[in-house]
Design a protein around this ligand. Structure first.
Ligand code: ZN
Length: 287
């Protein structure tokens, strides 16, 4: 993605390189595995995860605002890239909201962190992957996740994988400010586990769709290979791909994010149409 020369966003909170006393160390290993399975990029399941995370953090504190080490050149560059992605989402979603008479777009904050972070949804370790917290309307990104995406999940990597995941999390913000997330939570309370999982899949696929819609409107800045990087990331984090890798078999009833095929399909549908009205994943998934 061409990302040089953007204005500076007022919504980027860079907490990288801050020291913390306890880094969710002892006893965190097992819990961290659970969190990865539940939340791998991204639920806006921050709220339901909070009780699990509380267990981890009760006896350990994460201090923010301690000493800050100097960021490396690579980290600084990644920060500048993230700034460009955030600015582009701000400009594009403001425009889409205007065009669709959805009122003023309320920009989310994006927090960059290393190791662990305190959010409005509880304390999270980097193992939870990128997530959106509806309670404070912030996206939390630990950028080391993208090294794992490449080395452990076999994705291509590349800058646009990061852009896609960020846009997916911002998709959850869109769902929150449009009231979709609240409706999903209500419906989930009235159904069984399999029904709740299906609703979660529809919500996640719609976030992928919104990421595609953003990419469509950002296409002047795209470079060759960018869409492939996004699709490769989407492919790597499909529920079927994750289950095959972690448990050797696939149980569709337990899917919460959708298959690799579904994730690629909805991202591409958003990318091709650029039209938020085409993103009714719910009627497709629930029927
Ligand atoms: Zn998500």
């Amino acid at each position: 993605m061409k990302w040089q020369g953007r204005r500076k966003s007022g919504n980027l909170e860079d907490r990288r390189g801050m020291s913390g006393k306890g880094k969710l160390a002892a006893g965190g290993g097992l819990i961290a595995v659970v969190v990865v399975l539940l939340q791998l990029f991204g639920g806006d399941t921050g709220q339901t995860l909070a009780p699990i995370l509380e267990q981890v953090t009760q006896s350990q504190s994460v201090s923010e605002g301690g000493e800050q080490r100097e960021l490396t050149e690579k980290e600084k560059e990644l920060g500048a890239f993230m700034n460009a992605v955030i600015v582009d989402t701000e400009d594009i979603w403001s425009e889409i909201f205007r065009e669709n008479n959805l009122g003023a777009y309320k920009e989310p904050t994006v927090v960059l962190f290393t190791d662990a972070v305190r959010s409005g949804c509880g304390t999270a370790s980097a193992a939870s992957g990128p997530f959106y917290c509806p309670a404070d309307q912030k996206v939390y990104m630990d950028l080391s996740f993208f090294d794992q995406l490449r080395t452990r999940f076999g994705a291509k990597g590349g800058d646009f994988a990061i852009a896609y995941v960020t846009a997916h999390e911002i998709g959850h913000h869109i769902q929150t400010i449009l009231g979709t997330s609240q409706k999903v939570r209500q419906l989930q309370q009235q159904t069984n586990q399999a029904g709740a999982n299906k609703l979660s899949v529809a919500q996640e696929l719609q976030a992928d769709f919104y990421a595609g819609v953003w990419a469509h409107h950002n296409r002047d800045y795209l470079e060759e290979g960018d869409i492939d990087e996004a699709l490769s990331a989407a492919n790597a984090v499909g529920d079927d791909a994750i289950q095959r890798r972690t448990q050797g078999s696939v149980q569709p009833d337990s899917f919460t994010h959708g298959t690799s095929e579904q994730r690629k399909y909805w991202f591409m549908k958003g990318y091709k149409t650029g039209d938020i009205k085409q993103g009714d994943t719910f009627s497709e998934i629930m029927n």
